[in-house]
Design a protein around this ligand. Structure first.
Ligand SMILES: [Ca+2]
Ligand SMILES: [Ca+2]
Length: 152
């Protein structure tokens, strides 16, 4: 019985910790955040399938626990919204890439399914929100000649 109680207490602490880390007022780097984006797909922006898939934004989870992203959203400044289905991003540095174009979702690569680019070459902002709509992170960039990606 004592064991059960301590497991519940540990789970409560972990949950509280993850919620606190996601708060917009938190000065600490959130454990689940944007890692980088290739906002300008290499080569001419022809909207080909390959070009759209080479535009991506990635997440990293530096927390110790995996996070199920079901209902989490990524949106741009113009409010194009992608909503995650049930997929987990591993803890301890786990990564996940969201590609703009169409493709077959895997555990590490998700596809927006858009027929047009989402991330503007001349500057944009990406927002990550959890399933409750709370903003966890954002990533902004401006135009820079000959640059195709930024670290977030
Ligand atoms: Ca390009
Ligand atoms: Ca955009």
């Amino acid at each position: 019985m004592r064991r059960t109680v301590s497991i519940l207490a540990a789970a409560t602490v972990a949950l509280t910790g993850s919620l606190a880390a996601g708060g917009p007022a938190s000065a600490a780097t959130p454990s689940l955040r944007f890692h980088g984006t290739q906002y300008d797909s290499p080569g001419a922006d022809t909207r080909s399938a390959a070009s759209l898939d080479n535009e991506w934004i990635s997440l990293v989870n530096s927390g110790s626990r995996a996070v199920n992203l079901s209902g989490y959203t990524i949106r741009d400044k113009a409010n194009h919204v992608y909503t995650f289905g049930s997929v987990s991003i591993a803890g301890n540095g786990g990564r996940l890439w969201l590609h703009t174009g169409k493709g077959t979702d895997t555990t590490k690569h998700r596809y927006w399914g858009s027929g047009n680019y989402v991330w503007n070459n001349d500057g944009d902002t990406a927002y990550l929100r959890n399933a409750s709509g709370k903003q966890l992170d954002s990533c902004s960039w401006t135009y820079k000649k000959d640059r195709a990606w930024v670290a977030c």
